[in-house]
Write a protein that binds this ligand. Sequence first.
Ligand code: NDP
Ligand code: GDR
Length: 372
Amino acid sequence: MSNKVALITGVTGQDGAYLSEFLLKKGYEVHGLKRRSSLFNTDRIDHLYQDPHIDNRNFFLHYGDMTDSTNLIRLIKEIQPDEIYNLAAMSHVHVSFEIPEYTGNADGLGTLRILDAVRLLGIEKKTRIYQASTSELYGKVQEVPQSETTPFYPRSPYAVAKMYAYWITVNYREAYNMYACNGILFNHESPIRGETFVTRKITRAVSRIALGLQDKFFLGNLDAERDWGHAKDYVRMMWMILQAEEAEDWVIATGKTTRVREFVRMAFAELGITLEFKGEGVEEKAYVLACENPDFQLEKGKEVLAVDPKYFRPTEVELLIGDASKANNKLGWIPKYDLQDLVKDMMQSDIKLMQKDQFLKENGYDTLNYFE
Ligand code: NDP
Ligand code: GDR
């Protein structure tokens, strides 16, 4: 068992939650940075919570924000982490077009604040830093599959901010001999994925439609292709990256790409429902072709999906497919989940969740009715 100390920014997010679980199992003392919010924002880590009054705690939460340097410096000084995983970010690509300046501040300058805090405190020989870089850096297709040597062409304020974060991490490594690495992670999903990312939006809506809680749902670009993996495989790799002898940058991906439309098809298929897609572009719609599952009453020909252009992005990333051979060969990283396993995991979880909603509704209680 390890007796290392880790600091995770973005601990309340999808990856922060899985990484906390992973590091705690390895025996780490884990500190997480969470934002103050007017409602509890700790749903994903509530099962890890420890009462502050007990002895021998190994999981601690601290208020903080990536836009607040003094807070970050003070926390890093107090915690003296062996490893920092910088996962905090305004991580929604489409939303970044609405709040570009904030995104640049939190995602770009936020990374600088972490790196510079470690340098200022003089702990750069002790503290290793993982930066959550992204396949969005590749943006407009330059070559496929995308590897550590593929040129970047970011296509959103989010990706441009993450490009700054990527290079400032490389720069601090080279300028100050710091152990700082970029994990260039392709899309990774899970049952606790944020509800407004496309995979989770699909698995939630499909579950609700099957249970009769919702009539149909709307998506944007059905032709976009993504290299989707499971978040559990990807957080393991974040840790492996910081255990490597040399600080380097790594692509993490499955090497397979799938269209959004196909993900929709797979999610319905998990419930025994087959679809037919008709029309093109904004006119495209999906209808039930057959429902072989006696638990669900969906008639043949029922419209379940339509395109709404409000979900189109001003500039889109059409195709992502990663080449993770460096991580496969040098670190021995092999993902345990394939896309089919991922869809199954997400559908099983969302069906259960929506069955709760169904129960509440049938018994006269209100349920969540807000979708983006
Ligand atoms: P999430 O959106 O689920 O989580 C983001 C986390 O960052 C949340 O804990 C959020 O807090 C926190 N956060 C946001 N802004 C701030 C801020 N200003 N100060 C402090 N904390 C903040 O993202 P994921 O877990 O999916 O991703 C983790 C990281 O990896 C992100 O940096 C993302 O950009 C990057 N990434 C993700 C990929 C993916 O496919 N998931 C792929 C490649 C990179 P709160 O809960 O309060 O909102
Ligand atoms: P992405 O993920 O932008 O790749 O960023 P997202 O799931 O939001 O979109 C994937 C693709 O699906 C298309 N799409 C829709 N997307 C959303 N969110 N909602 C819709 O209704 C919809 N319809 C179609 C999108 O246009 C896009 O092409 C994620 C985030 O986790 C980033 O933080 C991370 O860096 C990258 O993955 C890798």
